[in-house]
Design a protein around this ligand. Structure first.
Ligand code: HEC
Ligand code: HEC
Length: 418
């Protein structure tokens, strides 16, 4: 934090000096950004930073699609030849800047209260999670393995399936070819000309500043925001969908995707940043899944290698994503197995009621329920709460389409043309 503040002061101190603007011409798409964020914007959109020379952050995180991919692929292609298939769906980056650092602690009693009636907040959320239990929370990526935006940004640059740089030295060469040391000189001092590690860390800091300052990352101007501010109305269908989204016996969606103002009055983020095992079906379109022994277990690996990876109660758990701008997405859940909100709602409604409609059958005609989670971890699956309980009435077709209408109100007004 302190470091960020110091940087900010530096940025503010030099805003008035023409020297600061000299090397970083403001990009037309991003007015009123600090000099550091303008450098970050250029890096975010620079394909030359990838091994293939064709892929920038924006190739996967397209500003015109809430910083998610424009196409409908389950996962993105990348790497040296631009043909390596990623393991996970590309998240949209709107509102990620509100992500808290990864932690394991008592379930926050205030996490999703907001202005919610007492009735809704005191229902147990799942048998595995009672008050006082230690639960993982926060962090970037579907498995929370990066703690800061600055730390996160190095991940894709060095990931062989993404931008594919094979070493830090390779990345440094590309940053230098872009003239970055000179551009950073007025902001970070002469050490950036000599110290490669500092150069990389300043570059990642610049990207994080861009993701923090550009208003498109946190516009809070969706129809639902206007409704919360009493400046707009919801359609009758969206209004019914909102009620079902909140009702703990019907959708119960708000238990994990909080939709009311936060306790401090800030608008809702539609995620409590906690982790759940929903047991979404295995995505058989992913090449990596042709290996029957491969499982993406989220918090317990394969991408995490810390203490969390060694706890079997973490296996199969993925971070609850924000639902803001979700209607702009074309691939859903961590493995991108679904391509429409209709499919997502059907999954929530039928997973335990009609698993035969959700999971494939094996050679003997048996339904392969929870087919993307090894049997020994299936105790981690949330099975007690709505909308899952097999015994509950479930979500009718009407309720599903009403909830989808409500989710449509979470799309920000399109600011991509600014
Ligand atoms: C080839 C596609 C691709 C490229 C290029 C790419 N990303 Fe990503 N990004 C992803 C995927 C996939 C994930 C999720 C990975 C995971 O959870 O393991 C992700 C996750 C993220 C997240 C975390 C989001 C969250 O919800 O926690 C941020 C922030 C991010 N990327 C920023 C960037 C930046 C900055 C760059 C450029 C330096 C970049 N990405 C380049 C595909 C890409
Ligand atoms: C117990 C917590 C919980 C409840 C209840 C819940 N969700 Fe989720 N939701 C999650 C988690 C965790 C994921 C990510 C799971 C994964 O990818 O494996 C998710 C993912 C999603 C996604 C995909 C988003 C994306 O970017 O891929 C949508 C849409 C969604 N939820 C909508 C809903 C709706 C609508 C309801 C109510 C019918 C609901 N959720 C109830 C935890 C929950």
């Amino acid at each position: 934090m302190r470091r960020h503040q110091r940087r900010l002061l530096l940025i503010l101190a030099c805003v008035g000096l023409s020297a600061c603007h000299h090397h970083s011409a403001p990009s037309p798409a991003t007015p009123r950004l600090s000099a550091m964020a303008q450098i970050g914007a250029q890096l975010f959109h620079a394909p030359s930073l990838s091994l293939s020379g064709h892929q920038s952050c924006a190739s996967c995180h397209d500003p015109a699609h809430a910083f998610a991919p424009a196409d409908a692929a389950s996962t993105a292609l990348g790497g040296a030849d631009g043909r390596q298939q990623g393991l996970r769906a590309v998240p949209n980056l709107t509102y990620v800047l509100s992500t808290p650092a990864f932690s394991v602690g008592p379930e926050d009693p205030h996490d999703d209260e907001g202005a919610k009636p007492v009735l809704l907040t005191h229902l147990p959320r799942s048998a595995a999670k009672q008050a006082g239990d230690l639960v993982p929370r926060g962090g970037f990526f579907w498995d929370g393995r990066a703690d800061t935006l600055q730390g996160q940004a190095l991940g894709p640059l060095l990931n062989p399936l993404e931008m594919g740089n094979t070493s830090l030295a390779m990345l440094v060469g590309k940053l230098k070819a872009l003239g970055l040391p000179q551009a950073l000189l007025p902001l970070a001092g002469p050490a950036v000309l000599r110290n490669d590690r500092l150069l990389v860390s300043e570059a990642m800091f610049a990207i994080a500043r861009y993701e923090t300052e550009d208003q498109r990352f946190a516009a809070f101007n969706s129809p639902y925001d206007l409704y919360l501010q009493h400046r707009g109305r919801l359609s009758a269908a969206a209004q019914r969908g909102l009620a079902d989204f909140e009702d703990p016996k019907i959708g119960n969606c708000a238990a994990c995707h909080p939709d009311r103002r936060q306790a401090d009055g800030r608008p809702p983020l539609f995620t409590d940043f906690e982790y759940e095992a929903l047991a979404v079906p295995r995505n058989r379109d992913l090449r990596v899944n042709q290996d029957p022994a491969f499982y993406d277990l989220g918090l317990c690996g394969p991408m995490r290698h810390d203490a969390e990876a060694h706890q079997s109660s973490n296996c199969g758990l993925f971070k609850t994503p924000s639902l803001r701008n979700v209607a702009r997405r074309h691939a859903f859940f961590h493995n991108g197995v679904y391509h429409s909100l209709q499919q997502v709602l059907r999954f929530y409604a039928e997973r335990d009621r009609h698993p035969e409609d959700i999971y494939p059958r094996d050679a003997h005609g048996r339904v392969e329920i929870y087919d993307d989670l090894p049997v020994r971890y299936r105790g981690n699956i949330d099975r007690v709460d709505a909308p899952f309980q097999a015994a509950s009435p479930g979500l009718s077709a009407q309720q599903q389409s009403d909830i989808i209408a409500f989710l449509g109100t979470l799309s920000d007004a399109d600011t991509s043309s600014h």
